[in-house]
Write a protein that binds this ligand. Structure first.
Ligand code: SF4
Length: 329
């Protein structure tokens, strides 16, 4: 493993065995995140993004089969550890910020108990006063006004934006090296979304954490990520530095995702509202390129053979068009 690499995922496959057959939710995914870097994993819902992150956290249901050549988190292979070690790893080295804080915050406990628990867990024997002062400090860090009073509040007494800030405080209280933020702003209105993204960016810098941002929204990606990996039907179809991918997407799916951001215009004044069709059923992925049924550039070859991964200049793409030069309008 290279120095400075926080996470390295090699050939991750997360399959579910169901009475109808094998669901290949994640099917050969590889990526890495440098220390202090934000990587966005982007794609429509049902592409396998969340299952990828739950695999890293080892939070999969019993029906799941997880295989990987390796998943190194700060040099430790998380595929080789047992459930107890995995639990210890969560919260100490890796933690998660969920989309809807109301479902991850416990409605019957005050914020002080839920946040304080993290400090008590990671610092056994810590005094009550110390827990309180660390909790106040953490809430202040994530921009919660009047933190001392807010500690006494129940989740339902806070606004959506404040709840998400509290959730972020809980996720970061253990000082994890990697934070997975799964659609952290989707449930919030646009103004609050921007504030939360700014906050995440600031915290990431201050605490030098690595962030894996899971999102369906390329608009969010452009605001926060340094690199982006685009996922479709269980595979990563394109990966590269955010600016490069944004300026010149190589994969037709990436291009369509970018064009579906409100306000983005295609050359010649045309605008694509959304991507036609739906993500294929993982029980019945099409043969060849999985994007072929929705791809405006699909050929017979695409429908028969899976495209290889082409690499160039720190970017990679899985599409036959790459050989035929860049995608044109
Ligand atoms: Fe479209 Fe073919 Fe590229 Fe798949 S391989 S994205 S079908 S052009």
């Amino acid at each position: 493993m290279e120095t400075g690499r926080c996470l390295e995922v090699n050939n991750l496959r997360t399959w579910f065995h169901t009475p109808e057959g094998v669901v290949k939710a994640v099917d050969g995914v590889s990526f890495h995140i440098e220390e202090g870097e934000t990587l966005a994993l982007v794609g429509e819902s049902g592409c396998g993004k969340t299952i990828t992150s739950l695999s890293l956290l080892r939070l999969l249901p019993e029906t799941a089969e997880l295989k990987a050549d390796r998943i190194l988190l700060n040099g430790r292979d998380v595929t080789q550890i047992d459930k107890t070690e995995a639990r210890l790893l969560r919260g100490s080295q890796i933690s998660m910020i969920f989309q809807e804080p109301m479902t991850s915050l416990n409605p019957v406990y005050r914020i002080e108990k839920q946040l304080g628990e993290v400090f008590r867990l990671h610092h056994p024997g810590i005094s009550k006063e110390e827990v309180e002062s660390r909790s106040v400090e953490m809430l202040r860090k994530v921009g919660v006004p009047n933190p001392k009073e807010r500690l006494k509040a129940y989740p339902h007494q806070l606004s959506g934006g404040l709840r998400q800030r509290v959730m972020i405080a809980i996720s970061l209280a253990s000082n994890p090296r990697l934070v997975i933020a799964d659609e952290p702003t989707t449930a919030l209105d646009v103004t609050i979304q921007a504030q939360i993204l700014d906050l995440l960016k600031q915290l990431q810098k201050d605490m030098n954490m690595s962030v894996l941002l899971i999102t369906h929204d390329f608009g969010v990606v452009s605001q926060i990520a340094r690199r982006v990996a685009v996922m479709y039907a269980g595979k990563i179809v394109e990966e590269g530095p955010m600016e490069d991918v944004f300026a010149e997407p190589w994969h037709p799916y990436t291009k369509l995702l970018i064009l579906s951001i409100p306000g983005i215009k295609v050359t010649r004044g045309k605008r694509l509202e959304s991507i036609k069709g739906t993500v294929p059923n993982p029980l019945r992925f099409p043969e060849g390129c999985r994007f072929a049924p929705r791809c405006p550039y699909a050929t017979e070859a695409c429908r028969k053979t899976e495209p290889p991964v082409y690499e160039e200049g720190g970017r990679r793409v899985s599409c036959f068009l790459f050989k035929r030069d860049t995608v044109s309008d």
